[in-house]
Design a protein around this ligand. Structure first.
Ligand SMILES: [Ca+2]
Ligand SMILES: [Ca+2]
Ligand SMILES: [Ca+2]
Length: 163
């Protein structure tokens, strides 16, 4: 979700020269993200299912996902998603301290649970993420054409391109 965007890397093809990506139609993309993460296929995204990718992004295992961990992981999958990944990280990082912890996930999960029944349905998920992807459209469709900054950024933090 923040972490499902990892999945987007699989969806988004195209040239890496432009560093932008078209994720439209967003409701289809959101639906696909849900299906991939709903591991037990009960049409409910549980908090456990939502949190499952946490350790994948926590590169150094300190129970926090820092911006570079998230962005560089996405970047290793698909450079076109770098800019939208920054934007989505900001959605998760509600207190703007550039660290995502389990409580941030829980808070984000609550935001998706529109009817507050303690679980996120397919419909709730798709509505929420369709809007979120729409809001980040500027980042996904008009990416920065200068990737050098990101190169240094990820190398500095020990993320090798292609990991
Ligand atoms: Ca489920
Ligand atoms: Ca970490
Ligand atoms: Ca719900």
């Amino acid at each position: 979700m923040a972490f499902t965007i990892f999945i987007l890397a699989c969806l988004a093809g195209g040239s890496t020269a432009v560093l932008s990506v078209d994720l439209r139609p967003y409701n289809i993309t959101a639906g696909y993200m849900f299906v991939i993460n709903d591991k037990n296929e009960d049409a409910i995204l549980s908090l456990a299912e939502f949190e499952a990718p946490f350790n994948v992004y926590d590169f150094n295992g300190d129970k926090k996902i820092e911006r570079h961990e998230y962005v560089c992981m996405i970047r290793a999958s698909n450079e076109n998603l770098v800019h939208v990944s920054h934007a989505i990280y900001d959605y998760y990082d509600l207190d703007h301290d550039s660290k995502l912890e389990k409580h941030d996930f829980a808070a984000f999960y609550k935001k998706m649970d529109k009817d507050e029944n303690g679980e996120v349905s397919y419909h709730e998920f798709v509505v929420y993420w369709t809007q979120l992807l729409k809001d980040t459209e500027h980042h996904s469709l008009h990416g920065n054409p200068h990737p050098l900054h990101e190169d240094k950024y990820c190398e500095k933090h020990g993320h090798n391109k292609g990991r």
